[in-house]
Design a protein around this ligand. Structure first.
Ligand SMILES: O=C(O)CCC(=O)C(=O)O
Length: 290
């Protein structure tokens, strides 16, 4: 083959997954975050979400939470009326969450952890108010066995400033290496576990956590609300937490880039009916894209 033909063949060859995944990590300057994910099991990216997006997400979550909790209105800074319901199925609540699930920092780190064929599992909000108990340490990998590489990972966006006594995210650095879930009471309780630390981060930051890392949340001890957006991704063969693929509309697909459809899992050939599987749509699962 001539040099030109070889060059042309090379130009036509799609990049491998390794090239795409690490290319994105380098383009976004996330190399140190990848190392941190390996070493600590989590990493924080600051300023991952702009202010206007934060505000819209807070509005939508509070509206859903108030409605489900049977309250007329709830105030972010002053709420002191007890426990409130979570926000969930948020992808279908407002297009602002379509943007969130495609956040380039998160997607780059998630692709590193889960491969490019990963799918979205849930877009959820833990709404913490005064008097809510601490959330015990746990892992998010709900499959029977923990694994490394992981099969599940979560991006927790801080939608307000996080402080320990305001209900901050809690994590045990390095727990990803233990390859087991916390068991004893002293291990599970965020206040009793001596290795558990609060992530005191600014609104707009995201903490990406591997599925085998122990994490939870501290109690909120003051009025007002601690809001997050917990966006979970998993490997394409795992059952998603929310009915993500089932809820998608053509309008949503039309207004987003093709990568969105892949994340939603619409190209996943699993879950077919009488019409049979559509292997043509399963291309993203081919080896160069795993
Ligand atoms: O409320 C929190 O910050 C904890 C969230 C959490 O545990 C999770 O997303 O799995």
């Amino acid at each position: 083959m001539s040099e030109a033909a070889e060059q042309s063949r090379d130009q036509q060859t799609p990049p491998t997954s390794r090239e795409v995944v690490f290319g994105e990590i380098r383009r976004l300057g996330l190399e140190a975050h990848v190392l941190e994910l390996e070493e600590q099991g989590f990493t924080v990216v600051e300023n991952a979400v702009p202010q206007d997006q934060l505000e819209r997400m807070r509005e939508v979550i509070m509206a859903q939470s108030a409605e489900k909790s049977g309250k007329d209105a709830i105030d972010l800074d002053t709420w002191d009326g007890g426990q409130l319901r979570e926000g969930c199925y948020l992808l279908y609540e407002d297009p602002v969450f379509e943007k969130l699930v495609q956040n380039e920092y998160t997607v780059a780190l998630m692709q590193y952890l889960l491969g490019r064929s990963m799918v979205l599992s849930t877009v959820y909000s833990h709404v913490r108010s005064k008097g809510d108990p601490a959330l015990p340490l746990h892992t998010d990998q709900w499959t029977l066995e923990l694994s490394n590489p992981v099969s599940v990972a979560v991006a927790n966006y801080a939608l307000v400033d996080y402080k320990k006594d305001h209900g901050a995210f809690a994590v045990v650095p390095g727990s990803n290496h233990m390859m087991r879930r916390p068991a004893a009471k002293r291990e599970i309780d965020v206040y009793q576990n001596p290795n558990c630390v609060p992530l005191e981060m600014k609104a707009g930051s995201v903490v990406v956590t591997a599925g085998n890392t122990w994490h939870g949340a501290y109690e909120r001890k003051v009025p007002g609300l601690r809001l997050n957006a917990a966006v979970v991704y998993c490997r394409s063969w795992i059952r998603t937490q929310e009915l993500i693929r089932e809820g998608i509309t053509q309008e949503m697909l039309d207004r987003n880039p093709p990568r969105f459809a892949e994340l939603i899992g619409v190209n996943n050939f699993l879950g077919f009916g009488r019409e049979g599987p559509n292997f043509a749509n399963a291309k993203p699962l081919a080896s160069r894209f795993d």
